[in-house]
Design a protein around this ligand. Structure first.
Ligand code: GDP
Ligand code: MG
Length: 474
């Protein structure tokens, strides 16, 4: 009897976890998009000057050589007076020599680029960025990823803002997708635009705190070196971490929506998985380790709370995954229409999802050719984001239990197409669990629960059908 009650309760807990956090996210996101509409701050409000004296730091490890070459070239072409580029590589000696050749070629074409090679990669990416920072000589510092570059207008405006007031530690630009070569990168591009609208444009218009971006931020060098003492080498998500300490120092971060920072999206499911695992770990790790700095800063209470909850942005997705999995497991043991029992919650969920879908659709449509494109991209985006929940859960758990995680790079270019080691095909296994529980639910006439579970199964089986190699290989 007790066991029965427990399972029943567990089934309902599963439903609650599956729907409630999602309802919250749908409503908050829709609200942010709707409230964040309207005109942004005009460029003319700042006395626009020409950028000058920027140190660009380019950390690299085991990246395709063409990416390194292209990144250097793009920065050289900005032709900022007084600029320097510092490449900090943690590569093996063979790769090091190849990069050195690329650097020499750029130098001989008149580009002011330097090369630092670390034989001991202490602090991984964050360590490399610190080495670049303390070797740099300019008053402004910009960290460039190998797969991103800023629009000229961004650095002009950012320098103008930093020169206009010493209360700014840095200026953040708007992330803009760079690549559309696969169906997945198209969908992730739509997702990136949408998330930028919510997390940056809307939040900054509402006067909330905007975190620096790992790449896409121009820093005041002396604030970085003297006030903050560089990046924290124990943290994987260096941008969120430094953002928390900037808050604590009482300095401000400016966000400009008018100019783009082009960033490459993962174009394979595997690369997306790797990236999101790290981001989920890093966000929660920062929330735990820097809660005090954020919550005890001098910003207004609402801004502090928002900045803290911002770092918990992966939690709803993780809870929904746990809820869905719990529902499937309980249904396999004791099939009942749990979702039907919580019918009012389902109605609220469906309503908020519809609202959010309409908002997302409007945003997506503005960036695509047709209704069909927009709907396809929304579907694909929903599938991949939901399928990687297992990884955001793992990242979250590691951060929660304070298990150290190393910085695993997002595979790019040719590295995205190298398949060697087999892995446990988790997506296949999850698809089968959801399919079996859905079938059991149908047999027990628990139709609503069956539909919910079938949708979960469809997500994982879609991933399997679309990206089979990414499912079977590491
Ligand atoms: N020097 C150095 N650079 C690194 C290391 N790990 C990552 N990077 C560089 O940091 C940048 C960002 O990494 P990436 O994997 O693209 O992260 P994402 O942009 O968050 O997906 C790239 O230019 C990488 O080559 C490292 O251990 N050492
Ligand atoms: Mg990158």
């Amino acid at each position: 009897m007790t066991l029965k009650i427990d399972l029943y309760t567990l089934g309902l807990v599963g439903v609650a976890l599956l729907f409630t956090p999602q309802v919250f996210v749908y409503l908050v996101y829709s609200l942010l998009v709707l409230m964040g509409r309207g005109k942004s701050r005009k460029l003319g409000e700042y006395a626009l000057k020409s950028a000058h004296d920027i140190s660009f730091i380019l950390p690299v490890r085991n990246e395709p050589l063409d990416y390194v070459e292209r990144a250097i070239k793009r920065i050289c072409e900005l032709r900022v007076p007084g600029q320097e580029i510092i490449v900090v590589s943690d590569d093996d000696p063979v790769m090091k020599n190849e990069i050195l050749e690329v650097v020499s070629r750029a130098q001989s074409s008149g580009c002011n680029v330097w090369f630092i090679w670390r034989s001991v990669p202490r602090g991984a990416r964050t360590g490399a960025v610190n080495v670049g920072l303390f070797a740099s000589r300019n008053p402004y510092v910009y960290i460039v990823d190998v797969d991103t570059y800023p629009e000229r207008c961004f650095i002009d405006l950012a320098v103008s803002i930093l020169e206009s007031s010493s209360e700014y530690a840095c200026v953040v630009g708007r992330w803009e997708p760079l690549n559309y070569e696969s169906g997945l990168s198209e969908a992730l591009a739509a997702g990136l635009k949408y998330m930028t609208t919510i997390l940056y444009r809307a939040r900054s218009r509402l006067g909330l705190y905007t975190y620096p971006l790992g790449t896409g931020t121009l820093f005041n060098s002396s604030v970085l070196k003297n006030t903050l003492g560089g990046w924290d080498e124990r943290r994987v998500q260096d941008d969120m971490e430094i953002g928390a300490r900037i808050m604590h120092s009482g300095l401000r971060v400016a966000y400009i929506d008018d100019c783009a920072i082009y960033v490459e999206n993962p174009s394979s499911y595997r690369a997306f998985r790797v990236q999101q695992y790290r981001w989920a770990y890093g966000a929660l790790d920062t929330a735990i380790s820097r809660a005090k700095q954020i919550l005890c800063s001098k910003y207004p209470l609402i801004v502090r709370l928002d900045a803290f909850f911002y770092l918990l942005q992966y939690t709803p997705q993780v809870l929904a995954f746990i809820g869905g999995f719990l529902l499937a497991t309980v249904t396999l043991i004791k099939p009942l229409d749990y979702v039907l029992v919580a019918f009012p919650l389902l109605v609220v969920y469906a309503g908020s999802m519809l609202l959010h879908s309409l908002v997302l659709y409007r945003e997506t449509l503005s960036a695509t050719q047709s209704t069909w494109d927009a709907v396809t991209q929304m579907g694909r985006l929903a599938a991949v984001t939901s399928a990687i929940s297992l990884y955001t859960l793992l990242g979250t758990l590691r951060a929660l239990f304070r298990i150290k995680t190393e910085y695993k790079r997002t595979p790019k270019g040719v590295h995205q197409r190298l398949y060697s080691q087999l892995r446990v095909p988790w997506e296949l296994l999850l698809g089968l669990v959801f399919l079996a529980s859905s079938a059991i639910a149908v047999l027990s006439k628990a139709y609503i629960t069956a539909i919910v579970l079938l949708l979960h199964a469809a997500t994982y089986l879609y991933i399997l059908a679309r990206y089979p190699r990414d499912v079977f290989y590491k």
